[in-house]
Design a protein around this ligand. Structure first.
Ligand code: PEP
Length: 260
């Protein structure tokens, strides 16, 4: 189970460091058993050294929210995979719907970045998800399958820890309106089937499939209890240690019940 926070373009560096320190403190004093829940936070680029430092003794890895597909060059404003690994990043969010919407990122761009991430040992967190119009038109499955195929074509995954896929229905992101657990599960099953065809059962069964879209402490349990939902990619609720840890606690509960 992976609980991942996407801070987007929020907090300044001192506030980001303080948020990371509160998460570390909350995890060290957690009263409930978080068992094998894994944690990741993806702050803005400029926060990465401070946040990595604040989380040095915590069971939380650090990732970026995007990166360029080239190692280096004349790409003003961009950040490369070697830069991210050089400061201890483990993962990178790719193809978030906000990147697709505001920067016209295509599946081909996501694919080039996924190949680059893999070449540098960064785990790509590939985001996919349909718009409300596409859902209403009955196209959610095909849209999401197309995004998965587009992002992963030519990306050979040999082991489940080399990839994360996040299903983030666009209509649920930042709206306060989460997908129903069954609705999310249906889409996760579609993604799992797709990964199985591509990589075989042994790998696909264990690739973490995250749900993202208004996940909060109050709805996390229902979502995380679904068989193909292996964690959450959390936006606004990751900006306060209390709500991020509240979701973590629900993840721990789901794992604990699975063990019993
Ligand atoms: C996101 O943008 O990745 C996200 C899931 O945001 P929120 O939780 O705020 O809907």
């Amino acid at each position: 189970m992976l609980v991942a926070g996407n801070w987007k373009m929020n907090t300044d560096v001192p506030d980001g460091r303080a948020l990371a320190a509160s998460i570390a403190e909350g995890l060290s004093s957690a009263s409930s058993d978080l068992g094998t829940v894994e944690f990741l936070v993806c702050p803005p680029y400029v926060h990465l050294p401070a946040v990595t430092d604040a989380l040095a003794d915590a069971p939380v890895t650090v990732g970026a929210q995007d990166m360029h597909a080239e190692d280096e060059g004349a790409y003003t404003g961009d950040v490369s995979a070697p830069m991210l690994t050089s400061i201890g990043c483990d993962a990178v969010i790719l193809g978030h719907s906000e990147r697709r919407k505001y920067y016209d990122e295509t599946d081909a761009d996501v694919n080039a970045k996924a190949q680059q991430a893999q070449a540098h040992g960064l785990v790509p967190i590939v985001c996919v998800g349909e718009t409300l119009e596409q859902r209403k038109a009955g196209e959610a499955d095909t849209v999401v399958q197309g995004q998965v195929d587009g992002a992963l074509s030519g990306v050979p995954i040999d082991s489940a820890d080399e990839l994360v896929v996040a299903y983030e229905p666009i209509w649920a992101i930042g709206t306060g309106e989460s997908a129903e657990p069954e609705q999310a599960q249906e889409m996760h099953a579609v993604i799992r089937d797709d990964l199985t065809e591509r990589y075989g059962t042994a790998v696909a069964d264990d690739v973490p499939l995250l749900y993202g879209g208004s996940m909060k402490p109050h709805n996390a349990y229902g979502l995380l209890s679904q068989p193909d939902i292996d964690g959450g990619l959390i936006g606004s609720a990751s900006l306060a240690a209390e709500s991020f840890l509240g979701i973590a606690e629900k993840a721990g509960k789901v794992l604990e019940e699975a063990r019993d």
